[in-house]
Design a binder for this molecule. Sequence first.
Ligand code: SAH
Length: 259
Amino acid sequence: MSGPLQAGELVLLTDRKDRRYLVTLAAGGEFHTHAGAVDHDALIGGTEGMRVRTARNAELTVWRPTLRDYVLKMPRGAQVVYPKDSAAILMQADVFPGARVLESGVGSGALSLSLLRAGAEVVGYEIREDFARQAVDNVTRFLGSEVTARYRVEIRDCYQGIDAEGLDRVVLDLPEPWQVMDHAASALHPGGSLVAYTPSIQQAVQLRRACETGPWAAASTMEVLHRGWHIQGDAVRPNHRMVAHTGFITTVRRLADQD
Ligand code: SAH
């Protein structure tokens, strides 16, 4: 999206210390930080990337949030898949526009957002009604209500079965993905992929073991280590801190049935 900022739009305000605030613009609205207030009317009609001053003369920059900005700021019930992992999951699962994807659990909808952004048609299975509601709210707030034409969340237990056939992809983020493998084998077409995100390596190992007894091949397990660098003039070094662990990403493809 480009052009002037409009009422009803989500914007991200950043300050000099890179503190970040997500705000929905409303005519007559006011945004308050400890560094003073800004009138929404000073932003509406303005240009993304512009700088404004608060009543106490602090400088803020206004942006349309990226998906990454949004996911890190949106309300969450369940722990979200972090952007570095969502990015890898999209590539590992080979998600494409129009891909028919089953996602479970849905949690806060962070991974749903990435799948939908990549153009997939997503059906989500989530056991908790409150999380399902939160996910749909989070997704529609960022992608608009039009996205519900290709996003549906059902309250159901994925361990009990998948009610679909000929799916392109299955993407899992739940505690016992091995309980889903037989259902996924029935729901995916031959050549389709399954990707499972698991915080513990024990879960990944148990999943890999389950793959050995079904119509699965080309299994792989990886993790993504993201180390930022501090670059300021001649001071150039890796950041002192990094998120050392989030989870493991296991990918496997469905074989054709043969006698
Ligand atoms: N990927 C999500 C986070 C998922 S957290 C995100 O990025 O926001 C794991 C979710 O799996 C939780 O919401 C939990 O309620 C759900 N879950 C656990 N077991 C499940 C099952 N058997 N069927 C469906 N959902 C399940």
